[in-house]
Design a protein. Structure first.
Length: 480
């Protein structure tokens, strides 16, 4: 089971801007300095997870501070919020002096904003998403410095939109920053969201036993995607990480159908006569058509009440588990895996077939979940079921009189237990992890055991080793 929590990281910058040609900034004396002020924004309506508020304007009174009546524009830079409600990466802003030059003829302020991707509390150069300049006033004595902000649509200047800031001197003193009076133009852009997409990674080269694939990237439209659409397109993926399941390696017996490998135990009579029973087994789904017949006892063509069987078929569409129990005739319990997410090659399954009593349905459980059931009337009388219990590939003539298991595929058996009671989901899950049943209801418990340096199936209830037919092989099997 995966123990990590994966968050969708987003840093959404909310913009407060004016429509039309924009709001005219306040006038000030020639040469007035521009100021930028950054304040923390508490979590609330504007920024769900908190953030910062960036305000700018002209220092009209020359006191070196940006007072409320000097603010000509502001923008909120919000911290990221993940899809599961946890905080994402924080937004950062950094203000520095901009010397006189191409960006600001008379100097001014430089504002860098971005996401604290490494969570170190500092805005590193590679974390800067946008840079804006608020320039100082320039010009003739008595002329006023003007700042105008307008909304900037998504495009070349700002990938997902933002604010355009224009500054200049009101040379004709009409109170409007005309086009020929614009000295500097800068853009304060909305942050490009960093998106995380989590999906299932099938067993293969990246993860032997399968796992989770985590793609991350900026919602910037790279590779032909659409910027700012909230969807991580293939071309926008910057990095991919795999969190792989640990391989579940189990010691199992491989019984090959072609070689007619099998294990046979002495008869077990009267298992179902009390009405309440359960059979539970751990096995691995094979990578070929049929998973063999499990839970089986009896002669293939001379069936008796109490015979049971289960097959796992991954070539069926959809894949399925098909179980039977014999009471006068065969009664089926079938579950189809609609997406093939459970019944797929290489996966370890714990399958339980059980019944609570006479006239109750027969239930089929997989990994602690009841998948299917079928109606069955009356108690099964299996007191006369004195043929062999058989696991494995197949026994053919002339051994039919001893019992038969017909299988069209190899069988990987790990453990099987019979109880004269039903099991809870928790008990089934514990069983898959190796827990043992110790109560008196255990009727038969077969698992792999080393006996005289030879691995064999062993019945722990009666301390009996199974008879080996041909050459079943003990192997260590990797699954998930």
């Amino acid at each position: 089971m995966l123990s990590r929590i994966f968050c969708t990281i987003c840093a959404v910058l909310l913009v407060v801007s004016c429509s039309g040609e924009g709001e005219q900034g306040p006038q000030g004396p020639t040469g007035s300095s521009s100021l930028i002020e950054i304040q923390n924004e508490e979590p609330g309506v504007t920024c769900e997870s908190g953030g910062i508020r960036v305000s700018w304007g002209v220092d009209i009174d020359g006191d070196g501070e940006l007072s409320a009546d000097e603010v000509t524009g502001e923008k909120y830079v919000c911290n990221g919020v993940s899809e599961d409600g946890l905080n994402g990466h924080n937004s950062l802003a950094e203000v520095s002096e901009e010397p006189a030059g191409a960006n600001c003829p008379q100097g001014g302020q430089r504002l860098d904003t971005g996401i604290d991707e490494n969570d170190d509390g500092e805005l590193q150069p590679d974390e800067i998403d946008a840079t804006s300049y608020i320039c100082d006033g320039v010009g003739t004595a008595g002329k006023m410095s003007l700042i105008v902000q307008t909304e900037e649509p998504a495009g070349d200047n700002c990938v997902v939109g933002g604010v355009k800031i224009e500054t200049g001197i009101d040379e004709n003193e009409n109170g409007i920053l005309d086009n020929d009076e614009i000295d500097t133009t800068s853009y304060l852009c909305e942050g490009v969201n960093t998106l995380t997409q989590v999906g299932t990674e099938p067993p293969g080269e990246n993860c032997v036993a399968g796992g989770t694939r985590i793609d991350t990237g900026r919602d910037n439209g790279d590779g032909g995607g659409t910027a700012g659409d909230g969807v991580l397109q293939a071309g926008e993926v910057d990095s991919t990480e795999f969190v792989c399941r640990a391989e579940d390696i189990r010691r199992a017996m491989l019984m090959t159908a072609a070689d007619e490998d099998y294990f046979a135990f002495p008869p077990k009579e009267g298992f179902m006569s009390g009405g309440e029973w359960a059979i539970i087994e751990t096995l691995q789904v094979p990578d070929i058509s049929q998973g063999g017949w499990h839970f089986f006892r009896g002669q293939a063509w001379e069936d008796r009440d109490g015979d049971v069987a289960v097959s796992v078929n991954i070539d069926n569409d959809p894949p399925q588990i098909h179980a039977w129990v014999r009471k006068g005739s065969w009664v089926s319990v079938i579950w189809e895996d609609p997406f093939g997410s459970i019944v797929r090659a290489g996966r370890w399954l714990t399958i339980c077939m059980q019944r609570a009593g006479a006239n109750d349905p027969v239930e089929l459980w997989v990994d602690g979940i009841k998948m299917a059931e079928t109606e069955l009337i009356g108690t099964i009388n299996d007191n006369a079921n004195h043929n062999l219990l058989v696991f494995g590939g197949q026994i053919v003539e002339p051994l039919w009189s001893q019992g038969d298991l017909y299988s069209e595929a190899d069988v990987l058996m790990v453990r099987q237990t019979w109880l004269q009671r039903t099991l809870s989901a928790a008990e089934m899950i514990d069983y898959s992890l190796g827990a043992q049943f110790t109560d008196s209801s255990v009727f038969f418990d077969a698992s792999i055991q080393e006996s005289e340096s030879v691995y064999n199936f062993h019945d722990s209830v009666d301390s009996v080793d199974a008879t080996v037919g041909n050459t079943p092989e003990m192997i260590f099997v990797s699954g998930y």
